[in-house]
Design a protein around this ligand. Sequence first.
Ligand code: ARG
Length: 456
Amino acid sequence: MWGGRFGGGPAEVMRAINSSIATDKRIWREDVAASRAHAAMLGTQGIISADDAAAIDQGLAAIADEFASRGVAEDSALEDIHMHVEHRLAELIGPAAGRLHTARSRNDQVATSFKMFVRGAIDDVVAAIDHCEAAILDRAEEHAATIMPGFTHLQSAQPVTLGHHLMAYREMLVRDRSRFADARARLNQCPLGAAALAGTSFPIDRDATSTALGFDGLTANSVDSVSDRDFVVDYLAAAALCSVHLSRLAEEVIIWASQPFGFVVLPDAWSTGSSIMPNKRNPDAAELVRGHSARIVGDLVALLVLLKGLPLAYAKDLQDDKAPLLDAHDLLMISLAAMAGMVADLQFDAARMRAVAAAGHATATDLADWLAASGIPFREAHHIVGRAVAAAEAKGVNLDQLSLSEFQAIDPRIGAEALERLTVESSVASRSSAGGTAPERVIAAVAAARAARRDR
Ligand code: ARG
């Protein structure tokens, strides 16, 4: 298609390194749609005849049917998806196919098609995030009052409710969702009409193609239009962080399912066995979610490095934008689906979590808070409770197992009501500040999240 000035064909390796069809065939739907919009505009503007525009449109529609039913027949001699479509069009409708490429270049063509693909990918991810959020909300509601140890430094810190802990992941996903929505809004400007890099002398109507293809407006600068891949970086940055969030949840599932923790049992549907150890039930899906996030972060880095130092406008390096995006998208979609499925199916051992939450003097802060509320400066209260913890440890019991007289021997201001604060149930119920772990707050947070979903 560009051979006019060439005497010989490309070397075999030249052909191989130049071919991107194995990857960019996945954007055929967008490419065909953009070509149909372009051809219709050329016809309306009188740049090509109405007959040619109609023939091109019919041919492209036939190609879409073909690709949908039989896939794209790859031919490395045809380089990329754009050449495949145009070549097939020529086979179907003859010389009129050669008019489709009037007033455009593959440079604005690929930018347009790929933007449309990334836009669709974002819509898919947002739906998958919503699905994962729904699973979290259901389990958080179910476990609004289930007690587990809350950790800092992975050391038992204070009891929390499982529902509250799960809702922390909901917050991350909501931020991820908004990052994807931002990326979508920012990318939705149509580059078609920038042609190779400078614009075109033909009287094109960029607004018409932009509107037909669902864009909100036009890119403002033709050089930027063909060299900008910020939209790929935006997608990948949002994907990388989302995958990091999923990886943190996956890591918790892995820890919780380990025998020393025993907080959850991974149901059969989300476990694998070992070929040598019959006792094993391995959390492979969670481990792969954790592993996939490494690859997705790598895909982001690949795009950033691809762009770094690249002079304007188009260079073929940019063809390498698709593989990282597609890789990250596939990995993120399956990670979101797997986490949604695992969250829905995890079998929590509430008794075990409560027992572990109560161990380790977990309500020491509650006693200190009670003393501080009764007028003792918190620093002094902290010291008093520290002595009580030491006394409990010396006796080999948990703080809540000391008697009132033992407490009063440490400090007579510790009253009987203070002891009621020492159960884990009372501890979590007392943390009812906004955003706190109290069951009533969890119920309210789930309700607010559901209302927000309805308003989206
Ligand atoms: N396959 C190319 C890409 O994905 C299309 C643009 C080719 N442009 C060019 N001037 N060779 O970037």
